[in-house]
Design a protein around this ligand. Structure first.
Ligand code: ZN
Length: 138
């Protein structure tokens, strides 16, 4: 069995953003040489997400509005976690949007459903963060 591991680095200048990382994951898959197997992609930080959905700007705006309703950034004093930090909302948003995705690899390709793409969700940007890509298979 082949095993491949790589870290993707991000430094998002804004507090929040959604970035389509499918091309980077696809590049990892080609580097791995795996034709049949699984790829795991997970955020290595507790204020960022990796999730699968549609690459459609209206939907991404809707996520932003929905997440701000669920866990508004302001006022930061509403959260017990805040004090030294101001990112309690980012932890909550990460929980909702998820930590990782797993995608099947079939015939050397990411075996997606219709319109599926992989995204990095940043909820507390302005610093360097990592995503791990782990690929196993033959
Ligand atoms: Zn925190």
């Amino acid at each position: 069995m082949k095993s491949f591991r790589k870290e993707l680095w991000f430094n998002v200048p804004t507090r929040r953003a959604f970035i389509n990382i499918t091309p980077q994951v696809d590049k990892c898959l080609r580097e791995s040489g795996v034709r049949e197997g699984l790829v795991l992609v997970n955020a290595m930080h507790i204020t960022a997400s990796v999730f699968i959905n549609d690459d459609e700007s209206g939907l991404h705006h809707d996520y932003e509005v929905w997440l701000e309703k669920l866990a508004p950034h302001e006022p930061v004093s509403q959260y017990r976690h805040n004090g030294y930090e101001d990112n309690a909302d980012a932890h909550l948003k990460r929980q909702v949007m998820g930590r990782e995705v797993v995608v099947a690899i079939t015939d050397g390709k990411l075996d997606f459903g219709t319109w599926e793409q992989i995204f990095y969700g940043e909820f507390d940007g302005g610093r360097k963060k990592r995503v791990m890509v782990k690929i196993i298979g033959e």
